[in-house]
Design a protein around this ligand. Sequence first.
Ligand SMILES: Cc1cc2nc3c(=O)[nH]c(=O)nc-3n(C[C@H](O)[C@H](O)[C@H](O)COP(=O)(O)OP(=O)(O)OC[C@H]3O[C@@H](n4cnc5c(N)ncnc54)[C@H](O)[C@@H]3O)c2cc1C
Length: 264
Amino acid sequence: MGCVTRVRSAFVSTTPKPAKPITLLRVESKEQLSPGMVRIRFSGELAAFEGSAFTDRYVKFLFGSSERPTLRTYTAIEPDVAAGTVAVDFVVHGDQGIAGPWAAAAQPGDTISARGPGGAYAPDPAADWHLFAGDEAAIPAIRQSLADLPADAQGYAVLQVDGPAHQQEVASPAGVELSWLHRSDASHPSLADAVRALPWREGRVHAFVHGEGQTVMRGVRPYLFNERAVPRADVSISAYWKQGRTEEAFREWKAEIAQEEGLQ
Ligand SMILES: Cc1cc2nc3c(=O)[nH]c(=O)nc-3n(C[C@H](O)[C@H](O)[C@H](O)COP(=O)(O)OP(=O)(O)OC[C@H]3O[C@@H](n4cnc5c(N)ncnc54)[C@H](O)[C@@H]3O)c2cc1C
């Protein structure tokens, strides 16, 4: 998913991509990370995760009918192939949707199938500095990416949540300044304005920016590409969800954005 603006091709391949493997996962435990997020630990036969090195590694959960499942995309964290365990941090965003309500109600012993993993990003250790920005949906991928950085890494991580009670444990190297934005606090800037206000550093940046679509694609993206002229290959940026749209409707919006990109 992070590859949306990283991989651009002059032609459209008609060769179908091989289907990713499907793994049956069993809920082992559930932990409340914040008022709006739960971590579910799963067990399963995780051969499909062998060798997956992307820190934004994600799976697509299959809900409903096995012939025409409804897909929902989530970052898969801490996969341990030998132990057969993996975890997912779900935003619990109310009664709407499929995956959020499923996670809120999930109990040990429940099972669900997941296709993948996919992924496209891992922090480049050769970059001079790193920029991470995102909301709750991107925190799992950003947390994993920060954990993958060398101890002397430099940069910024800007994370947006509802309020102080929604902050979570996120460790970053000393040289990566971590800041939290609270939507409930009118004195806090938007994610896009906060990124814009960061003192721009010297050298090559490697950026990872994901979260709500409008914010990421209309707010942060023009700043990085047009104003800072960051090469597209050095930026992983895409919408992870869109306010007011289900994942299906949101995919249509992403296709429109991709088309705009092609026209630029
Ligand atoms: C590569 C990738 C990785 C992702 N990783 C994660 C992850 O680790 N954890 C995670 O929680 N999400 C993650 N997401 C986002 C997740 O796929 C979407 O939030 C998805 O829409 C949730 O599905 P749903 O069935 O709960 O809601 P949907 O049926 O898709 O939507 C129903 C309603 O809920 C709203 N909604 C959806 N998501 C949110 C949200 N996060 N906050 C507030 N309202 C929302 C929609 O706007 C819509 O109005 C990731 C997305 C991508 C593309």
